[in-house]
Design a protein around this ligand. Structure first.
Ligand code: NDP
Length: 475
């Protein structure tokens, strides 16, 4: 397989540079193809096309943009299986999960944006008689990571197109297959020439060129806090809007009042932490447990981890797959090593590969107990199947530990007491609080407090990130 074309101005074109890199399959650590890497000159070319397209695309009526989104929805549904297989191949998500969650996100977010756009008043009369108009901000640059590739692309490309903003996408070069299919979907759905571009490349070159480009009005980034800070600095000289969805170290508070539901709640919590092999920004990685049920919870978590299947992503089932590449495997091994050195109690998993899996970037589902919140395994995002369990004396201490983090993307609460759920949720400094396993609906805003980023993706707030607001005053 040779991905040697970029999608620019409605066409698949040859790159202007000569750089390339291998495409790897994490399940076997085998090269499955090569990928062309872009340069600043490719971004210039796409930005010129985007600026030209903006002149007409910005004036599309809402009805035309809704029709475009519906066409994209139909084409996405047609290519659902292709997307799932591509994601599973390129980053190792098990095929069942790749279908039901990873690829499905492309449809789910689309429904959220369709609802929001239908309901949005783009011209709104204020109570004081003035008029408020929402307009597309302009051509935008989008930088996405490898962990939920289609989910992240949909959360950025769709609101851009929904609001009339031409978009230039740089996906992670580690997940180019699903991005290419997504570009084919947009082309088949009739996205006008110049309104969407796909350029592969590295973050420091192509990503940074998007952040700096004077013709782009905004850059939206998802990835590590380190790279997000770099994007924000590079964007500063052009005063463009920057939205960031960054890392997390999300707390999961478990209270003894769960009663008979405790075992189910803890097993579900462990599964949520290990989902996608732990490579989710909002994974509940710090299990903060009331002392009254601490020993019981550690034992349930140990058993849940020991019984978590790790297997080939091509197999159907609810097992987890490999990490996305050697870099991530090395990072995760290093963090498990640090946990051992810090004196945390290893109750499941540990260093190395699971038994029987000698190739590919598979990690062992790992649980540390007796973790204190000053340890690196409680503070740093590990991005692997590693759970840290911390004891807390009471509710107040659990809240204090939960908020003692630089991040604030998500938080989780397990309790049998609805009053406590409400009270604790209000005190947690995070963009989403999940009670007793409840997930986020399509269209609900997703984003973080503190170093987890700014802006909100999905639904109405996701559209607003791509819009300018103009007030009109008639004499
Ligand atoms: P990065 O943040 O480096 O990569 C995410 C995206 O940003 C990629 O497309 C990347 O390109 C690009 N990028 C990197 N540096 C820059 C830059 N200076 N300017 C513009 N774009 C840039 O994540 P990593 O893959 O290195 O993973 C590191 C850690 O980040 C993980 O262990 C995890 O903790 C966290 N992470 C968090 C994610 C989230 O969803 N919040 C997603 C991915 C990672 P390139 O691939 O070339 O670097």
């Amino acid at each position: 397989m040779k991905l040697d074309r970029f999608y620019i101005d409605g066409d698949w074109v040859a790159p202007l540079g000569t750089g390339e890199m291998p495409i790897m399959n994490p399940a076997e650590d085998e090269e499955i193809g090569t990928l062309a890497l872009g340069t600043t000159a490719d971004i210039d070319r796409a930005a010129q096309a985007a600026s030209r397209a903006f002149e007409t695309f910005a004036a599309w009526s809402k009805a035309d943009r809704l029709a475009l989104l519906r066409a994209i929805r139909a084409k996405t549904a047609e290519r659902h299986e292709d997307l799932a297989k591509a994601i599973s191949t390129e980053m190792g998500a098990p095929i069942t999960m790749a279908r039901e969650q990873q690829a499905e996100a492309g449809i789910g977010h689309l429904d959220g944006f369709l609802d929001a756009l239908e309901g949005q008043e783009e011209r709104q009369r204020l109570g004081n008689g003035d008029m408020l108009v929402r307009e597309p901000i302009g051509p935008v640059g989008l930088i996405t990571p490898w962990n939920w590739p289609v989910n992240q692309i949909a959360l950025k490309v769709l609101p851009a197109l929904a609001t009339g903003c031409p978009a230039i996408l740089k996906p992670s070069e580690h997940t180019p297959l699903s991005a290419r299919i997504y570009a084919e979907i947009l082309h088949a759905a009739g996205v006008p020439a110049g309104a969407f571009a796909l350029i592969y490349g590295t973050g420091p070159e192509v990503g940074d060129a998007l952040a700096r480009h004077p013709d782009l009005a905004m850059v939206s980034f998802t990835g590590s806090t380190r790279a997000g800070i770099s994007v924000m600095k590079s964007a500063a000289d052009t005063v463009k809007r920057v939205t960031l969805e960054l890392g997390g170290k999300s707390p999961n508070l478990v209270f003894a009042d769960c009663g008979a539901a405790l075992e189910d709640r803890v097993r579900a919590s462990v599964a949520e932490c290990f989902l996608n092999s732990g490579q989710s920004c909002d994974a509940p990685t710090r299990l903060i447990v009331e002392r009254a049920c601490y020993d019981e919870v550690v034992e349930i978590a140990r058993d849940a981890a020991d019984n978590t299947g790790v297997d080939d992503p091509r197999r159907e089932g609810d097992h987890i797959g490999p990490l996305f590449d050697q870099l991530q495997w090395d990072r995760v091994q290093a963090m498990i090593g640090i946990g051992l050195e810090e004196g945390a109690r290893l109750v499941a998993g540990g260093l190395g590969r699971p038994p029987g899996l000698n190739r590919g970037w598979y990690a062992r589902p790992t649980v540390f107990a007796d973790v204190t919140n000053d340890m690196a395994i409680a503070r740093r995002e590990i991005f692997g199947p590693v759970l840290s369990i911390l004891p807390a004396g009471d509710e107040a201490e659990a809240i204090r530990i939960a908020n003692d983090t630089e991040y604030g993307l998500a938080a989780y609460i397990q309790t049998g007491d609805p009053d406590r759920a409400e009270r604790v949720a209000c005190r947690l400094r995070a963009g989403a609080v999940h009670v007793n396993g409840a997930g986020l609906g399509w269209g609900t805003p997703f984003g973080g407090y503190k170093a987890s980023g700014n802006g909100r993706e999905g639904g109405m707030m996701g559209l607003e990130d791509y819009q300018e607001v103009k007030s009109l005053h008639f004499g």
